[in-house]
Design a protein around this ligand. Structure first.
Ligand SMILES: Cc1ncc(CN)c(N)n1
Length: 222
């Protein structure tokens, strides 16, 4: 299966994500407030772009079933994922409403443009490959934390861990990717794989950016 190849070739990156200090901090129930706030501000921006790419994907669908999947996921991104941001804000003692207008930091810009590029220039499989690492890596992170009992009632991130660890909707994306893959040559599938791996790398970059609050170097220089 093509999706197995994608996942296998991303194992190294997934491992680095699972061991990133932001992510191990969630499992341990301790993440610096500055990192949580930077994450929420950037993720609000990222999820807005993500929702627009889901909307773009609908235009590339041949069936109503595929359209419905993206439509439902669009609702999840716009409405349900608010919960994950709210948890981070609660832990940091911040009001969520005050963190929804930040400019894009460099990696948010890069990740958003990477997804938009797939939507503008690619087929359905390209869009799926660029989007799937978002739900995939979070589901893997959450499942691992649950398997290690990091979701105890003592952990303030318990609901965050269960929210992502129990959302396996990405499996439908991998099923669609496998169905679509049959239509493409080996060379074309190599390109699809590159889109997937770049998104996986950008997932790691996104944690890194928030943990160290990496912004544009010359943002406040004039
Ligand atoms: C950057 C990023 N990647 C993934 C997710 C989980 N949907 C997220 N909220 N933000």
């Amino acid at each position: 299966m093509f999706s197995e190849r994608l996942k296998n070739n991303a194992t190294g990156i997934l491992n680095r994500i699972e061991n990133h200090p932001f992510v191990t901090g969630i499992a341990a129930g301790k993440v610096p407030n500055k990192a949580l706030v930077f994450y929420v501000e950037q993720d609000f921006n990222y999820l807005t772009a993500f929702a627009k790419v889901y909307a773009g994907a609908i235009q590339k669908c041949a069936s109503r079933d595929d359209m419905r999947f993206f439509y439902q996921q669009l609702g999840f991104t716009l409405d349900d994922e608010v919960l994950a941001h709210q948890i981070f804000c609660d832990v940091a003692g911040e009001k969520y409403e005050e963190h929804q207008r930040a400019d894009q930091a460099p990696m948010t810009y890069l990740y958003n443009e990477h997804m938009y590029n797939a939507m503008r220039t690619g087929d359905l499989i390209d869009v799926l490959a660029a989007l799937a690492p978002c739900p995939w890596t979070y589901n893997e992170i959450g499942k691992k934390m649950i398997s290690e009992n990091a979701n105890s009632t003592l952990n303030p991130f318990k609901n965050w861990i269960e929210f992502y660890g129990e959302d396996d909707s990405v499996e439908q994306m991998f099923t669609m990717i496998d169905r679509e893959a049959g239509k493409y040559s080996d060379e074309e599938l190599d390109q699809v794989e590159q889109r997937f791996l770049k998104s996986c790398e950008l997932e790691w970059e996104f944690w890194e950016q928030a943990f160290y609050q990496k912004d544009w170097h010359f943002k406040n220089s004039n």
